[in-house]
Design a protein around this ligand. Structure first.
Ligand code: GDP
Length: 288
């Protein structure tokens, strides 16, 4: 199903659309944005923008929607063009439980479905179940995976996987990484090491570093996500569990706060439940 239709269904079933244009004023807008979980800062900022524009007579009746559409779209930075490197090296990072392993598998399925040859790397050696989970996904999808025993050096797993990707002409290497180590510093050091290992093996790798954020944790999840953005060279966001959030507006709050392009959204646990994010479709669905 198209992103737009599916998202509209999700938003409307959760009552997250904004009020009708006719009844749109700064107060109803602010309330609706807060109810949609877009966060109080964003809600008051947009309401003030609308109030100012109305006070200055900048908007004739019926122009509120177009005004808001433009403002909302500005919260989504444009993604950089897709890299043309082969293999394209993608690191999937984020806190434990955010949906990294599932997202890595879903991405591999997308690559395979579009005629590419994905290879998965189980670099979360800290959590034994993560490797098993990725192997299970790989088996189900008929995709190859490079893994080592629990506790192995994630850099060594990535090194092996990069060599395997090159030897087997994989188009994409998708590496699942750890979300928790003994300390935050350890984790960030380990991610920096993965960057180095990737860059030594493949020019300009990693080409994408996807930060997976659980949308149901809303603004609380952002505290940890900020660390990843600072230290892990993140290039884009994947917002998971959008099917489980009370309100879809959290996408706006997260994109605004992290100032990173939202590339994908997860809307379920199945392999097909990863949708390419379309900011315009999202904003149109939200504006109803
Ligand atoms: P990790 O610890 O970051 O690797 O997280 P996992 O990939 O193991 O995911 C944690 C849980 O979230 C699992 O039960 C997944 O099935 C579930 N999950 C992941 N993505 C989504 C999603 O988009 N929607 C829903 N409802 N569940 C998801």
């Amino acid at each position: 199903m198209q992103f737009f239709e599916r998202l509209r269904g999700l938003l409307t079933s959760k009552g997250a659309t904004l009020p009708e244009v006719g009844s749109l004023n700064p107060e109803t807008l602010e309330e609706a944005l807060i109810l949609a979980d877009a966060g109080p800062d964003l809600a008051s900022e947009l309401a003030s923008d609308l109030r100012r524009a109305l006070a200055k007579g900048l908007l004739s009746p019926g122009q509120e929607r177009a005004f808001l559409r433009e403002k909302l779209l500005a919260f989504f930075p444009k993604p950089a063009p897709a890299p043309a490197h082969r293999p394209e090296v993608i690191l999937v990072v984020g806190v434990n439980g955010s949906g990294k392993t599932t997202t890595a598998a879903k991405l591999a399925a997308k690559v395979a479905a579009s005629g590419g040859k994905p290879l998965l790397a189980a670099c979360d050696t800290f959590r034994a179940a993560a490797t098993e989970q990725l192997q299970l996904w790989a088996q189900r999808l008929g995709v190859e995976v490079v893994a080592q025993r629990a506790g192995a050096d994630p850099g060594a797993v990535l090194y092996d996987a990069l060599a395997a990707a090159q030897a087997r002409n994989a188009t994409h290497l998708i590496a699942d990484t750890a979300g928790r180590l003994h300390t935050k510093d350890n984790l960030m050091r380990e991610l920096a090491k993965l960057h180095k290992v990737a860059a030594r093996a493949v020019p300009e790798a990693p080409h994408q570093v996807l930060l997976v954020v659980d949308a149901t944790t809303g603004l609380n999840g952002l505290v940890q996500a900020r660390e990843f953005r600072e230290h892990a060279g993140v290039t884009g966001l994947v917002l998971t569990k959008l099917d489980g959030t009370a309100k879809g507006g959290v996408v706006l709050a997260i994109a605004r706060e992290l100032k990173l392009p939202v590339l994908w959204v997860g809307v379920g646990e199945q392999v097909e439940d990863l949708l390419l994010f379309d900011p315009e479709g999202f904003v149109d669905a939200l504006l109803g």
